[in-house]
Design a protein around this ligand. Sequence first.
Ligand SMILES: [Zn+2]
Length: 258
Amino acid sequence: MRVFCLVLFLALLAGCARGPQIDTRYSAVGQNSRVQYIILHYTSADLARSLRLLTEGEVSSHYLIGDAPPTIYRLVDENRRAWHVGDSQWRGRTWLNASTIGIELVNQGYYEGPNGRYWQPFAPAQIEALIVLLQDLMRRHDLAPGSILGHSDVAPQRKVDPGPLFPWRRLAEAGLVPWPDAQAVARQQALFAASLPSVAWFQAQLALQGYDVPRHGELDEATRNVLAAFQMKYRPARYDGEADAETAALLLLLNSPD
Ligand SMILES: [Zn+2]
């Protein structure tokens, strides 16, 4: 009896240690990546502090890119959730930590100077490293054009990173971000200057881009914040949140590229 119990005990122990036996010979055709978007941030800190903040606390990101040298650190496995974006929305999807890859860039962001806000430029080598990473991520996760967003796009009421000096245009030149043709924008801008669309039209176009924006037809602060987020990306020379003819032209051409 004692021997029988011992054998039974050892058998159970072996079963537990081994875990479930899974046959992986078959794989479904119907599947895709959990990743829908890539969200870009700056850390508002130097490398040492950024590493500490993103590895020891409540916030994290999948990747961190240094400024000099532009080392790419992977802090969270792509298959796991990093805590980088929190309360957020894009194209009706909310709380985007679950469906995004977060990339933090070492950059101080801005400080308030005597002549207004001073923004720290991004190191060109850091942007080139980012582009190589983005090209790889877009390919591996089979992401559509328009999948790369700023934190300010998905949380325009509380975030401004990666800020107006982030070179979205350089990403467009690398084929990563849709960009409207400058001549077409100028032509359309002249038409809109003669007859500016309503605020409700701007709100509808911003919603079509993917922004979470009010739809009541009034240019309130929430709408201005969304307009400013869009302008920081596509017209960083002026991101005052005004509903102007150039912004209207950019929106129309991005939403109906042909
Ligand atoms: Zn951020």
